[in-house]
Design a protein around this ligand. Structure first.
Ligand code: OKP
Ligand code: ZN
Length: 343
């Protein structure tokens, strides 16, 4: 399986994540990717390629222009305002306030374009986010040209980023861009299967009213975990998109038996719907030792999950999302890919 990877992910490494009222070293850190690369090489998955230049076309189609220009200049604007540290959102529009009037001041803009203040922006964040989506785009082109599958080793991840908000360590929604590109390259119906522990709120929101892209997510129940305010089972899509959104929220302690039942149901629904291409938001934070998650999957379970996904026999792009038990991230990620190949 071909892999796309860019060293430019290293340009995004904020010092700080707001966690439990303290600033800690971010869980989403560059070394995560090193573990995946090491494991890929150990398993002779060595077709590792730098991505082609980013294509802003499909990104501009999906995302808000104001949001994109905010991301591009946020660091310079923040520094020009005399801010000493990294960009952290401190003021967000809340109940009773204006949700649609964009402040001029960068501190206000940050609050407007952010949905979760754990995520900091630093000098290289925009460049890294572009390199991440470039990997996803190259993977899509490879599959659209006839390959069975490709793996985009995206960092930073993408599935929490909406058309106009960052958060949850995500800035540009890589999986959504791939789905849009599959539509443009001739797939009438595209499914996004999100197996990251966290609900893919960004991807859901971007495609919520679209009948041509189905979003399916297995995740920790919103009553119990981030992103808290979305990801319920009764979110089924809107308007023409009704029926093309499917959530499987699961409670703390969920193990592979229940999780795999949800996966099988999800796969059956994607197949019945008639997807012609598949995007997998591949997070491995459902793992039992993940420090910020509460499912109980074992490493071997990821192989089995990959096998089940592979039996769909759809042209597939995997986009890396989360996974924070860093020494296990490589094994678990590559297990999914190997299970898929052996299906
Ligand atoms: C991103 B992806 C840690 C809380 C972290 C944000 C989680 C973002 C996960 N104290 N909250 O879906 O893996
Ligand atoms: Zn996650």
């Amino acid at each position: 399986m071909r892999i796309y990877y860019s060293e430019d992910h290293r340009l995004h490494f904020p010092q700080a994540e707001l966690s439990g009222g303290q600033f800690v070293t971010p869980f989403e850190r560059p070394s995560r990717v090193e573990y995946v690369l090491t494991r890929l090489r150990e398993r002779s998955l060595t077709d590792i390629n730098a991505p082609a230049a980013v294509d802003m076309g499909p990104i501009r189609t999906l995302l808000d222009p104001g949001y994109l220009s905010f991301l591009e200049t946020a660091w310079d604007d923040w520094k020009a305002e005399g801010m000493a540290g990294e960009i952290i959102a401190a003021n967000v529009p809340a109940r009773g306030m204006h949700m649609d009037r964009i402040p001029q001041n960068i501190d206000g803009k940050v609050g407007y374009y952010c949905h979760a203040s754990e995520t900091a922006i630093t000098r290289g964040t925009w460049a890294a986010a572009l390199s991440s989506v470039a990997c996803a785009q190259s993977a899509q082109r490879h599959v659209a040209a006839g390959a069975d599958a490709a793996f985009a080793l995206c960092r930073p991840p993408g599935h929490h980023a909406t058309a106009d908000q960052y958060g949850g360590y995500c800035f540009i929604n890589n999986a959504a861009v791939v789905a849009e590109m599959f539509r443009n390259s001739g797939a009438a119906r595209v499914a996004v299967l999100d197996i990251d522990f966290h609900h893919g709120n960004g991807t859901q929101t971007i495609f919520y009213d679209r009948p041509d892209v189905m979003f399916v997510s297995l995740h920790g129940a919103p009553q119990e975990t981030y992103p808290y305010f979305i990801g319920y089972a009764d979110e089924k899509g809107a308007g023409a998109g009704e029926g093309a959104n499917l959530n499987y929220p699961m409670t703390a302690g969920t193990g592979y038996d229940l999780w795999a039942q949800a996966l099988d149901d999800a796969i059956a629904r994607i197949t019945a719907w008639g997807a012609q291409a598949l995007v997998v938001s591949l997070g491995v934070d459902a793992y039992k030792d993940d420090p910020i998650s509460f499912f109980k999957l074992e490493s071997d379970d990821f192989t089995d999950a990959g096998r089940r996904i592979g039996r769909m026999r759809l042209p597939t792009v995997f986009c890396m999302e989360g996974g924070y038990a860093i020494e296990a991230v490589g094994v678990n990620t590559v297990n999914v890919l190997e299970g898929f190949k052996d299906a």
